[in-house]
Design a protein around this ligand. Structure first.
Ligand SMILES: Nc1nc2c(ncn2[C@@H]2O[C@H](COP(=O)(O)OP(=O)(O)OP(=O)(O)O)[C@@H](O)[C@H]2O)c(=O)[nH]1
Length: 526
């Protein structure tokens, strides 16, 4: 829970990090999305255009084939105009046309009475058969060049017939000559169109003028009438173009289409949209992999920058929270505030720390100092003692008291007494080291705490002070003497208060023994 709380804590570094990382990710996602969309549109449009061109090309090829087939039939029909009764000639011409070109699966010659006069191949065995069904009689009824709708021939083949009428020189209608294209199995359309389909799901198909499939990769679908397909509707209206559509099998297709005007057919080339876009997915993946190292480097750079930017502020904030602690000023001074705002803040906080320190010092001084002598009062002394106790600082104690001070007051008045106390405090200050703590512990009683000092040295210091005091001319009161007691605290676990009491007892003894003298407390403190 605590770790989670720490992780979720909002600080400047996390905010900068979050902000920049989110910005980087949004920018990346946006550019990926934009690239994807642009590329997608481009690929779709390119595929549509490629299929349109492809369908147009194949439609043109088919049209050219039909034209040449019709020319061949026209030539044969002209040859046969005077030979309709010559079975041998009819057979020979049917054979020639069938064998010399690869255009037709079979060639038939039918007379005006709908009787089949000759076929190639002869294996069809339909010579002499009379055509009866309306579909089979399309050419007969037309009496002009015709490309028929698909129909089932007397020999049982599902086919389209390309026919040309035969007229006698006098204009009499004699019948027609037709080349057929079997829609199932090998045929010329397979040859023209079949080699072109791709392996990626692309394919093409051809419909006749009624929307019936006459060529399809899937042979089983030949003969099927396709409805509800906008592309087929357009192409049989003789239009060309490209469109995105859902085909009859529910697949999303990109289709190009073009009409074969001679036959009223339509060629449609199409490719599944998914196959087209599969390339795009690969491309986007490749782009992602390519930009990944630089992105990671950018994020690393952002992380490092966030750290650099936030560090001074974070350090300032942490230290501002602990402004009242020792060395706060030094710690704040050590912070490298390398940019304007942090430098200004640092300056402001340092100013604040300075003011706070002054205030604290002032308060400390007021509450820990005796106003008359400017020495530590009892509270100040206790603070020093607590500190020594805490750090186990060994020290010596000199307790001192003015001799017969009551007499000074009585003889010269209280004010003069005060002056004597002040003069004594000044003498003590002159005689003391900087590290010594001078305290006024009572009316005319004083304590000196001397760190790193043993009892013997302290005794020497006490004696020196006693001499100075004795020799000093006090204002109005003249000469006064002091008595002193010395004790020692070794900086161990023994009580400091005990050491103080020993110094007091030594002072008391000094008074007892005649005053104006120094006594050192006996063991265990010394
Ligand atoms: N002028 C003045 N007198 C004070 C002050 N504080 C205490 N005294 C007086 O100091 C005197 C202390 O007297 P005592 O402790 O009885 O002893 P003493 O007269 O100094 O005699 P011994 O200490 O026994 O040598 C008292 O008369 C107090 O009134 C002060 O701040 N100013």
């Amino acid at each position: 829970m605590k770790i989670l709380h720490l992780l979720l804590r909002l600080d400047l570094r996390r905010l900068i990090l979050a902000l920049t990382i989110v910005s980087v990710l949004i920018t990346l996602a946006n550019s990926f999305y934009a690239t994807y969309q642009v590329q997608r549109e481009l690929l779709i449009n390119n595929t549509l255009e490629a299929n349109r061109v492809y369908a147009a090309k194949l439609a043109e090829t088919t049209d050219t084939f039909l034209k040449s087939a019709q020319t061949q039939l026209k030539y044969s029909a002209a040859l046969l105009a005077g030979q309709m009764d010559d079975e041998q000639a009819l057979l020979a011409e049917a054979r020639r046309l069938h064998r010399q070109t690869e255009s037709f699966n079979s060639v038939v010659i039918v007379n005006a009475d709908a009787i089949i006069m000759a076929t190639s191949p002869e294996t069809l065995q339909i010579k002499g058969v009379k055509l009866t069904s309306p579909n089979a009689r399309q050419s007969l009824n037309a009496k002009q060049p015709l490309i028929t709708d698909p129909f089932l021939s007397p020999a049982g083949n599902y086919l389209i017939s390309i026919s040309h009428p035969i007229f006698a020189p006098d204009g009499r209608y004699l019948g027609y000559m037709a080349g057929t294209i079997y829609l199932q199995g090998e045929n010329i359309l397979n040859l023209l169109l079949g080699q072109h389909h791709y392996k990626d799901g692309s394919y093409l198909y051809v419909v006749d003028r009624n929307g019936v499939l006459i060529y399809h990769m899937d042979q089983h679908r030949v003969g099927e009438k396709v409805t509800d397909n906008p592309v087929i509707d357009a192409v049989i209206r003789n239009q060309s173009g490209a469109d995105n559509l859902i085909n009859s099998r529910g697949s999303d297709m990109l289709a190009g289409f073009a009409p074969v005007p001679r036959a009223g057919w339509g060629v449609v080339a199409q490719r599944p949209k998914s196959a087209t876009l599969a390339e795009l997915d690969k491309q986007i993946q490749a782009v992602f992999i390519k930009i990944l190292p630089l992105t990671l480097l950018t994020l690393l750079f952002i992380w490092f920058s966030a750290l650099l930017i936030s560090r001074p502020l974070w350090q300032l904030a942490r230290n501002a929270r602990e402004m009242d602690q020792q060395h706060a000023q030094d710690r704040i001074l050590a912070i490298s505030s390398w940019y304007f705002e942090s430098a200004q803040l640092k300056r402001a906080i340092l100013k604040g720390v300075g003011l706070l320190n002054d205030k604290i010092t002032q308060l400390n001084t007021d509450s820990h100092t005796d106003p008359m002598t400017a020495l530590y009062n009892r509270r100040g002394m206790q603070k020093v003692l607590d500190y020594y106790q805490e750090i186990q600082q060994h020290f010596a104690i000199i307790a001192l008291d003015i001799d017969h001070f009551k007499g000074v007051n009585d003889s010269y008045g209280h004010d003069v007494g005060d002056q004597v106390i002040k003069s004594l405090a000044q003498l003590m200050q002159k005689n003391a080291r900087k590290v010594d703590a001078l305290c006024r512990s009572g009316g005319e009683e004083f304590i000196i705490l001397l760190p790193d000092t043993n009892a013997q040295v302290a005794e020497g210091i006490a004696e020196r002070l006693r001499h100075h005091v004795a020799q000093h001319e006090m204002p109005e009161a003249g000469h006064v003497t002091i008595s002193l007691g010395v004790a020692y605290w070794p900086g161990d676990t023994t009580g400091i208060n005990e050491a103080l009491k020993m110094a007091d007892r030594a002072l008391y003894q000094a008074k007892q023994q005649g005053r104006n003298q120094t006594l050192v407390a006996s063991a265990p403190a010394a």
